[in-house]
Structure formats: C-alpha cells, structure tokens
Design a protein around this ligand. Sequence first.
Ligand SMILES: Nc1nc2c(ncn2[C@@H]2O[C@H](COP(=O)(O)OP(=O)(O)O)[C@@H](O)[C@H]2O)c(=O)[nH]1
Ligand SMILES: [Mg+2]
Length: 478
Amino acid sequence: MWTTPNLEKNTFGSLVTEARKSLEDLLYLAMDRRVRLAVTGLNQAGKTVFITSLIHQLLQGARLGGLPFFQVVAEGRFQGAKTVLQPNMAIAAFRYDLFIQSLMDHPSAWPKATDGLSEIRLAIRFRPSGMLHSRLRSSTTIHLDIIDYPGEWLLDLPLLGQDFFQWSNEVFDLCEHAPRRDLAQPWLDHLSRLDPLQHAEEGTLRQASRLFTDFLLACKREPVGLSYLQPGRFLIPGDLKDTPLLTFCPIRCSADSAKAGSVAQVMAERFESYKERVVRRFYQDHFSHFDRQIVLVDLLKGLNRGPDHFSDMSRSLKSILKNFDYGRASLISRLWQPRIDRLLFVATKADHVAANQHGNMERLLARMVMDHANEAAFHGVKVETMAIASVVSTETVVKEHQGRRLSFVRGRPKGRAEEVLLFPGEIPEKIPRPEAWQGERFNFLEFEPRVRGLEADDRLPHLRLDLALDFLLGDKLT
Ligand SMILES: Nc1nc2c(ncn2[C@@H]2O[C@H](COP(=O)(O)OP(=O)(O)O)[C@@H](O)[C@H]2O)c(=O)[nH]1
Ligand SMILES: [Mg+2]
C-alpha cells in the first residue's frame, strides 16, 4: 500500500490550515463592523436621558460592575469604549458632554429638552468569542452610531399612502371628537369662511396653515398631550420653519373640483412636496440605514392623562409599528429594502413606581404593541418589550401600612426641595376598561435626579439598561 511520508503529510496539512485561516480572516474582515442604533420615542419619552446613560455605562459603568447582564461584559470580553469623531458632517451632534455634565452637577439636573435628529459615534473594543474569532484576533473594534430622532416623524408614514384629499378627510373625521373638537374650532371656523376654489395667495395659505399649526400645538401641549398628530414637522419644524413645505393644511374640497391655482390645489401640491421632500427623504436618508431600533414609551404619563389620551398613545404606538411591517404588500417594503432586524419597546422611568410594579409595566406595554409586534416578528424582526430606568432617582421602601405590607418610593418630586416617601399606586397589567378610569385613578409623580455626591469615578444607577444593550447589540459583539 502506498502511503504519504510523514513530512509531506504535515506540510500539506499546514498549508490547508493556513489557507483556511486566511479565508476565515477575510470573512471576518468582511463582517459588518458598524451598527446604527436608532433611538426614538414621543416627545419627553426619555430619549436624551437614555442615550446619555447608555453611553456613560459603556464608557465607565461597565468597568464598575454596572452592566452584569450584558454578555460581552459578563464574559470578560469587553475591553472598553470611547466616543470618536462622528462620521456624518450634516447631522447635529448628540451633546453627551453637556448632558452628562448636567446630571453630574451639584445639584444634578435633567438634561435640557432637545428636538430634531442628532447622532454620536462610539468605538467599542472587545475580544471576540468562540474558537474561530478569538484565534484570529485578540481584540476587535466595532463602531456604534447612536441616532436620536423624534418618534413623531414615524407617524408620518401613513401620509405616503394617502393623497391630499384622503388625508384631509381623515383629519376632519378626527376633529369630530373630543378633545380635538374644541381645539380645532378656531381653525375650522376660519376654513368655513375660506373658499377653497379662490385664487391662492401666499397670505391666505399662511393664515390657514398657521391656525392649523396652532391647533396641532394645542393638542400636543400639556395637559392635553395628544401624540397622534400629523404632519410631524409642523410640531418640530427645525430649519423648515416658515417654508412653503410646511405652509398648508387640510381643505374641504373634492379632488375633481380643485382647479389649477386655487387654494385647494396649491395646498394639495404642497402636501405632495412634503411627502416627497420631508417624509420620503427621512426614510431614504436615515431610516433605511438603521440596523437596530429602540422605541421609548412613557406609559405612566399616558395613564395619568386618562382614557382618551391613553388610546391616542396606543394608536401612535401601533402607527409606529407599521414602520416595521415588512410584508410584501406593506408601504415600507414597496418603498425600500428595510434592514432593522431588532426592535425593542421600552417603558421608561420605571423608577417612578415601586419595584414590584415593573412586571405589570412590562406586561401592559407588551399588550399595547402585541398585534403589530406579531406582524413584525412574522417578517423576521426580533421584537422585545422591557421596563427600564435610564437613571434611577428613587428607591423602593417596603413598609407596613394599616396591617398590609406596601411598596413605597422615596425620592424628590419635581419642583420640591425635600425627598418624600409616597405610595405611587399600582400599574394595571391590562389596558383598563373605560369604567375603571373614574376619578383620578392614576397620579404618578415625576422625580428630580438623585445623583447626589457622585464622584467622577462613580456610575449612574440604572435598571435593566444592560439587558436592553444585550438585546440590541449582543449578537454584534460575539
Ligand atoms: N426618574 C426618571 N426620570 C426620567 C428618566 N428618563 C427621563 N426622565 C424624565 O423625563 C424627562 C424627559 O426626558 P428626555 O430624555 O429629555 O426626553 P426626550 O424628549 O425623549 O429626549 C426628563 O427631563 C426627566 O424628567 C429616568 O430614567 N428616570
Ligand atoms: Mg431629547
């Protein structure tokens, strides 16, 4: 029998190994080293605080034992993170430096409200897991781009599937019910005196549009606080303020009667331009490049405000979820190739209630998004819900009260000088029935940050940020 001499066999073996190693090396290099994590939520949902705390935990919390359930940290493979130059020249910077400063100050304060879109880049260094990767490299770096943008913009998606006259009718229908009915009155009165077929003058368009914008802003303002409001840029105009793109409003008129040059026809043209140049452009320039999405929800504010507002919030959440319906007939898939493959819904500010309520908080949120989340999951998007606190500002205290053991929270309510111990009440695990909302059923207070005496080498306390990170990024750090 013919046999290969030992020497030859070894050389051949090592050649094969070398070749395989180079191939693996190439494959590894070809792997995507950039993750675009988009953070959204309605106004005041907690985006700025969430991103600030998340960056802080990566820069310093991980070293101080603050991310025990983030696998790459738990397995001892996390080597560090730092902020690096932002790649996109035309996007506002997310001012982590200012926001963390404000939280760490004495006295500590919540970061100032922001609007519009901003971005920051982190470099994360870690040791790859598994035989293949760890043999190839002792460590590797991934770039994490975090993008903060208003959830209100995602509510504009349905506009892409409507023409001006359909949209107008939808808005008029919504205005038949409280609380919109009264708030819309000045604008509707004005429209009743305006002939939609008269020749369009800029002044006429501006006046009608201003009254409509005032109506939207009144809907958004506290204590009304509605969220299902379109077009989104009318509320957060940024550099589009006063442009013709934002100078239109719904008009009572049929498509066939709107003759060229009339108010109705010019308004319809501007609506189409808004769809093209604002909505579609946001999806093309930004949304279609996101890899992971987190949607923050302030459930407690929704509960405080009562049933109408709560259902408005549910409606907004469902509308946001339509952005992740990748079915072949869906608006999203017809327009572009979606790539977000993980979607996390988070109930924020869990520290406003006692720890024993967090389970219900999560279950309530899960119920609100369930139907549409199933749809997204069916099309390959991993969906998860959680209750978190980005910066914990209370503590739970269990005490005997009239023979019952109750969970209280201790913290400094917004605007007060001293800490108090209070019983914030319970969160229902299901959406309450209309009759269960009688009186002021829910009154969850907001708290000032409690970062007293935090040294530069301490970390901000959080709840479950590590689990959120693991869901959003864990697989990219293996
Ligand atoms: N107690 C507590 N309050 C929070 C937390 N996150 C946000 N907040 C409160 O919610 C407000 C709005 O948060 P912000 O991040 O600015 O919301 P954004 O509009 O979504 O960016 C803050 O000013 C705080 O009062 C949190 O983790 N815990
Ligand atoms: Mg903000």
